[in-house]
Design a protein around this ligand. Structure first.
Ligand code: ADP
Ligand code: MG
Length: 246
């Protein structure tokens, strides 16, 4: 589903990603962990065209995102990639002046071309899935952080994405709200949704991840099943990160 090889991203002289190789299978849940500044967010942004990169290749569901094709066909490539890959951020990023329903139906109506009735119908089903049917007419400000994040997940799902990227989706939430959001994410994983999750929630990583990738200073230092990587790490950088996180 996602195939990254030799990915290099620089900001001026700073090499933020220094040759990332990483693949994610259809239906797989990949968890990415690593210290702050190790390039996790930059990596996710390279996967959905939010960030250009200098070398290497990224292929998402057959769609190549190399810097050259992105330069030549930028608008078309970005439109396609954004319907295929959903993104959920730490800060929810809902449209503040729109209702929950309008937040969810905006993309399906304007990008996918669904008619309003069909988009509304889908949105109701998704709100039921994330446990927020009764909030359909609320505005984001009337919701808790955990509820806003569940709306953001419903909004991503409304596009029928092949993969969803989560960038620290619970790091702005208290423990109870964190649990409710992680539980929705675990349900998606059980239903076979392909996802990449950047998180410090090690319990989630243990229970839900198929593979854990450890980032350190712009490279993947270690990858494997959660039991191996988290309980019996082979790399010093992983041990250091785990010690500092716990
Ligand atoms: P993480 O998500 O793992 O905390 P980031 O991907 O946000 O890491 O950042 C990786 C590195 O890239 C950091 O050193 C950060 O300061 C740097 N960086 C990120 N964005 C920019 C930018 N727009 N300009 C310059 N440096 C950046
Ligand atoms: Mg980050």
């Amino acid at each position: 589903m996602i195939e990254v090889s030799g990915l290099v991203k620089r900001h001026g002289a700073l090499e933020v990603l220094r040759g990332i190789d990483l693949a994610v299978d259809r239906g797989e849940v990949a968890v990415v962990v690593g210290p702050s500044g190790s390039g996790k967010s930059t990596f996710l942004r390279c996967l959905n065209g939010l960030e250009r990169f200098q070398a290497g290749s990224v292929v998402v569901d057959g769609l190549p995102l190399d810097p050259w094709s992105v330069d030549r066909h930028r608008e078309a490539v970005l439109r396609q990639i954004r319907t295929r890959v959903g993104m959920v951020f730490q800060g929810f990023n809902l449209f503040p002046h729109r209702t929950v329903l309008q937040n969810i139906t905006e993309g399906p109506i304007h990008v996918l071309g669904l008619d309003r009735d069909e988009a509304d119908h889908r949105a109701v089903a998704l709100l039921e899935r994330v446990g927020l049917r009764e909030k359909i007419d609320a505005r984001p400000v009337q919701l808790s952080g955990g509820q806003q994040q569940r709306v953001a997940i419903a909004r991503a799902l409304a596009m029928g994405p092949r993969a969803i990227l989560f960038d620290e989706p619970t790091s702005a939430l208290d423990p109870r709200m964190t649990a409710e959001v992680l539980s929705v994410m675990a349900d998606l994983a059980r239903d076979g949704q392909t996802m990449i999750v950047v998180t410090h929630a090690m319990g989630f990583a243990r229970r839900v991840a198929d593979v854990v990738h450890v980032f350190d200073q712009g490279v993947v230092v270690e990858s494997g099943p959660p039991t191996a990587v988290l309980d019996n790490p082979s790399q010093e950088a992983t041990r250091r990160f785990l010690t500092e996180t716990l």
